[in-house]
Ligand binder design. Structure first.
Ligand code: ATP
Ligand code: MG
Length: 396
């Protein structure tokens, strides 16, 4: 029965010129989210509101699912839009609406009328009373409750009259594209996709880099990361994924450096490479899925050692989260099933039995000096041979 959706968005942070940018980005992201959904849709701005119109047949649940992934949306209201043909016709339309949406009339309701167009002859208070009366006349079982109604029926007099009573909670946050771009270090694990999702939620567009080590890591592990990027892109918009062959660098570190320092040194080179691609893509920061104390490479000392090679800010949105909290978000965004597929994302021969948990930066730097001979060349090869894939959301 619904041909349109009224999109509600938070208006606190958007004043003046920002409002325009915010709405532009929101319209763009809504269109993007609807692309994989079957049917034709039009997204339009009208008098400080955004509407999604379905131009033909469509699946209601699919549209709601797609819209509920768009950051910046606070509420999604399926809405009936009617022409203003006088009060009697409006009363009929409203009664028709209530009848269709609430087959069971054992409910309480309240009319919330709003006259956005002041030339309408009846004011909001009068409309509340008059429409309320008409509904009560039409359905004897129904009752009014002005304090805690089951149904809050909004009737807004605008260019067209908006009738709605259902509001589906939106994703919140800010539209992607309103807050710059950052480079996500995306592995095949649970944490990094969640980290990317959380930063995108604040309006940041995302690119990604994945380090693989063929033949030690499989083609399937790489495909898993592409799949995860696709899942994140449902929320974050298109992602440019850089796939870096890290094998020779890893082998060289393995050959030259103490094995208990392997992970830390490896992580430092990952950050350097990520930063290179970040700069190339106008990113303003890096994103990782680290959280304090989760593993040896994420103690305060290890994070400090990893961070020391970065010149850009590193955003770690999961820093204070327990694993359980991360898993909950991973499940919510439908990444979990993919994240737990058992393909190795890093070869076990490169993981020491007793990695340092309190690395000293001076000691690490001294170890890295043993790499001087070949590391620049290996880094250059890794940068030059990186594969770039443009990932975007697909039909599910
Ligand atoms: P995740 O679940 O995200 O893999 P993790 O708990 O396994 O995290 P680590 O393997 O120590 O933790 O990695 C910490 C962070 O470093 C990851 O969240 C990710 O941002 C980045 N990272 C690790 N391995 C890779 C990789 N192969 N490619 C890209 N980024 C990686
Ligand atoms: Mg991992």
């Amino acid at each position: 029965m619904y041909k349109s959706f009224l999109i509600k968005y938070g208006e606190i942070a958007i004043k003046g010129k920002n409002r325009y940018l915010f709405e532009e980005a929101l319209v763009k992201q809504i269109s993007y989210a609807l692309e994989p959904v079957e049917g034709d849709f039009k997204v339009r701005r009208l008098q400080g509101r955004i509407y999604v119109d379905a131009l033909g047949e469509y699946d209601y649940d699919e549209v709601v699912t797609a819209l509920s992934r768009v950051f910046g949306i606070v509420g999604i209201c399926p809405v009936v839009l009617v022409e203003d043909n006088g009060f009697d016709q409006l009363a009929k339309d409203v009664i028709g609406y209530m009848d269709q949406v609430y087959p069971d009339k054992n409910i309480t309701f309240k009319v919330n009328a709003r006259r956005a167009r002041k030339n309408y002859p009846i004011n909001s208070m009068e409309l509340n009373a008059a429409l309320g009366e008409k509904i009560l006349e039409a359905f004897p079982e129904i009752q009014v409750d002005v304090h805690n109604p089951d149904v809050l029926l909004s009737v807004e007099i605008r260019e067209k009259i908006n009738i709605y009573s259902v509001e589906i909670k939106g994703a919140g946050g800010m539209p992607v594209g309103t807050n710059g771009r950052a480079m996500l270090l995306l592995s095949g694990g649970i944490d990094s996709p969640v980290a990317g999702y959380m930063i995108a939620k604040r309006g940041v567009a995302i690119d990604a880099v994945y380090f693989h080590a063929p033949p030690y890591t499989s083609e399937r592990a790489k495909q898993k990361v592409i799949d995860l990027a696709r899942i994140v892109s449902r929320y974050a918009g298109p992602i440019r994924l850089h796939i870096v062959n890290f094998t020779d660098i890893q082998l060289y570190i393995y050959e030259k450096c103490p094995h208990e320092e392997l992970t830390i040194i490896m992580r430092r080179y990952m950050m350097k490479i990520a930063e290179y691609f970040a700069q190339k893509n106008q990113c303003l920061g890096l994103i990782t899925g680290e959280s304090i104390g989760q593993v040896a490479s994420q103690t305060m000392q290890s994070l400090a050692a990893t961070n020391a090679v970065c010149t850009m800010p590193v955003y770690r949105p999961l820093i204070g989260f327990d694993k359980k909290e991360i898993v909950d978000i991973s499940e919510k965004i439908d990444a979990y099933e993919t994240s737990i597929l058992p393909y190795e994302d890093c070869c076990t021969i490169f993981v020491a039995k007793h990695p340092v948990t309190k690395p000293n930066i001076n000691v690490i730097e001294r170890s890295e000096r043993k790499l001087e001979e070949k590391i620049d060349e290996l880094m250059r090869e890794a940068l030059e041979s990186a594969e770039v894939i443009e990932v975007a959301a697909e039909e599910e």
